[in-house]
Design a protein around this ligand. Structure first.
Ligand SMILES: Nc1ncnc2c1ncn2[C@@H]1O[C@H](COP(=O)(O)OP(=O)(O)OP(=O)(O)O)[C@@H](O)[C@H]1O
Length: 535
């Protein structure tokens, strides 16, 4: 702290507060348990040398008033300078998430806890951002639980790097800048743009840091670049930045519920001054928790309650024995060699349905496992299909569409497609999913036509050229798909259904994460029913 001139020790009393044990010391100062000498109220007192080269208490003092009263925002009781000591008096809290998880000794954090942290952390950021403040240092050590009776609430602490992003005079968002700037944040979770490209932090970066923190909690041993500890040389720091930059949402979240991959992808696609859709993501994590049977998900409960047995369990990802992406490509190319003759279905409304003869269950040998999550053997749980299963199964379903000779057969395949996707770990439409929709569209519209693929490749240059490939906000997708769900039951013929499939494909393709929503599944189920009814 500061220079080498010996300083007086921190006094036992600062203002009206008597200092007790030291709770922690960081680069910028120390934090003590303390109590008010008049009221006896226990507090935390953060003390810093007034000459410290990084005067974070001054920044904290300016942010705290903006945050007062917000859920999970500590109360600032007092602040002042006494001699050479600058102090802040705040609510006394419990353990940080970092120390809780470290103490548990487990290589990953359980899914219930991660969902709960996701919901609470996104809510905290929503409050801070609504009050025009960025946190800019999201990490496990800066999230602490309350003391009883507030132990189910996660609090944000350490606003030493926080900053207002709305200019209080002009009311405008702070400007973006290409100017090189010093790194500000933390090595583990600061966003790729801020950490590796030196961009100006904005709301999207707080959210990306939250996403990386959640993924870290679910990754055995933590994110790869966190495993060697704090870098001591520039070279080590560069290595961290390179590893972080390389980490695509898909590779970081392999084997995790798709929500995490989609959330990270969403954060990385946000524009500099864009307001994130906090409510949508809170809902996504609530739904994920609901799917696993977790109750009271907005309450942080530690240690985590037992996993409900009747519901799908989540096995944390393990490192794959081989690079799944390579294996997947090889098998995908092999699968493409199976050429099928394709009977023509056309716009049929009256062809009688022959008995279905091709209903084959996926054969065991068709399924190649790429992840080896064989643990949890006490309870036989249905396992979600792996990514590779997904490639093979969607390919088979597409062929069934191409082989179908009437609507009833198509109806069965659509129902199978919906069921399969729902049981997948990721409900995102992959390129094989879009190929399935293309085949379905073609069968229903006119099998002789050439179909422009529903999934457009989104390279950076093509995305900026084509206005149509811009991502749509989540609510646009939700509205459009809800409309399709409502109307599918009254579609008059195959051509109308084909148009709906094209709309469904297009809106999903343009959405962040390309996830099939609840309405999307209801639409697919409605489509299967309508195909059967049209016959
Ligand atoms: N209000 C509080 N109540 C109880 N403990 C706290 C409180 N605030 C912080 N702590 C503990 O003290 C530690 C350091 O706090 P904080 O991050 O605010 O200080 P800092 O000096 O900015 O630390 P660093 O330099 O490591 O970021 C935290 O990890 C937490 O364990």
């Amino acid at each position: 702290m500061g220079d080498n001139i010996p300083k007086d020790p921190i006094p036992r009393r600062l203002g009206n507060y008597w200092l007790e044990e030291c709770l922690g010391s960081g680069y910028s100062g120390s934090i003590f348990k303390a109590y008010n000498v008049h009221t006896g109220v226990r507090v935390a007192l953060k003390v810093q040398d007034v000459d410290h080269e990084c005067p974070t208490n001054i920044y904290e003092r300016s942010c705290y008033p903006l945050l007062q009263g917000g859920e999970g925002m500590p109360t600032l009781w007092a602040s002042g300078v006494q001699g050479q000591w600058d102090f802040l008096v705040i609510d006394l809290l419990g353990s940080s998430l970092e120390s809780l998880f470290k103490k548990s000794g487990n290589p990953t954090v359980d899914l219930r806890t991660v969902c709960c942290v996701a919901i609470q952390l996104i809510s905290r950021l929503q409050i801070m951002h609504n009050r025009e403040v960025l946190h800019r240092d999201i990490q496990l050590g800066n999230c602490a639980i309350g003391l009883p009776p507030n132990e189910k609430t996660i609090y944000m602490i350490d606003f030493g790097f926080s900053k207002r992003y709305i200019d209080s005079r002009t009311r405008r968002h702070i400007p973006d800048s290409k100017q090189k700037r010093d790194f500000l944040g933390n090595y583990w979770f600061t966003s790729v743009n801020v950490h590796c490209r030196g961009t100006v932090p904005s709301r999207r970066d707080d959210l990306e840091a939250a996403a990386l923190m959640l993924i870290h909690m679910l990754t055995p041993g933590g994110l790869a670049w966190t495993r060697n500890g704090v870098p001591k040389t520039d070279e080590q720091h560069d290595r961290i930045k390179r590893a972080k930059k390389r980490g695509s949402p898909e590779s970081l979240c392999r084997g995790m519920p798709s929500e995490f991959e989609e959330f990270l992808r969403y954060c990385r696609r946000l524009k500099f001054a864009e307001c994130p859709d906090y409510d949508h993501w809170k809902e996504e994590f609530k739904e994920l928790a609901g799917k696993h049977g977790f109750t009271d998900i907005e309450q942080f409960i530690w240690p985590p309650p037992p996993v409900p047995q009747a519901n799908p369990t989540y096995n944390p990802p393990r490192r794959a024995p081989a690079d799944p992406a390579d294996m997947e490509n090889v098998l995908h190319d092999l699968a493409k060699l199976q050429l099928n003759s394709r009977p023509i279905l056309g716009d049929q409304t009256n062809i009688p349905a022959p008995a279905r003869t091709d209903k084959t269950e996926p054969k065991k040998q068709d399924v190649v496992e790429i992840s080896s999550d064989e643990d949890n053997s006490q309870v036989a749980q249905p396992r979600a299909p792996t990514r590779l299963n997904k490639v093979m199964e969607l390919h088979r379903l597409k062929q069934s569409v191409q082989n179908a000779t009437n609507n009833v057969m198509l109806s069965d395949v659509v129902a199978e497609f919906a069921t399969f996707l729902q049981s997948s770990r990721s409900r995102a439409l992959t390129k094989e999913g879009f190929t399935f929709l293309d085949a379905l569209y073609k069968q229903l519209a006119d099998p002789s036509i050439f179909v422009q693929p529903l999934r457009t490749s989104r390279t950076r240059s093509s995305a900026t050229q084509e206005a149509g490939s811009e991502l749509q906000p989540a609510h646009v997708k939700l509205n459009l798909v809800a409309g399709l769900r409502r109307d599918v039951g009254s579609a008059p013929n195959n051509r109308a259904l084909a148009k709906m499939i094209a709309d469904f494909g297009a809106v999903t393709n343009k959405s962040s994460g390309r996830t099939v929503t609840k309405d999307g599944f209801a639409f697919l189920e409605g489509l299967a029913a309508r195909l059967k009814a049209i016959g």
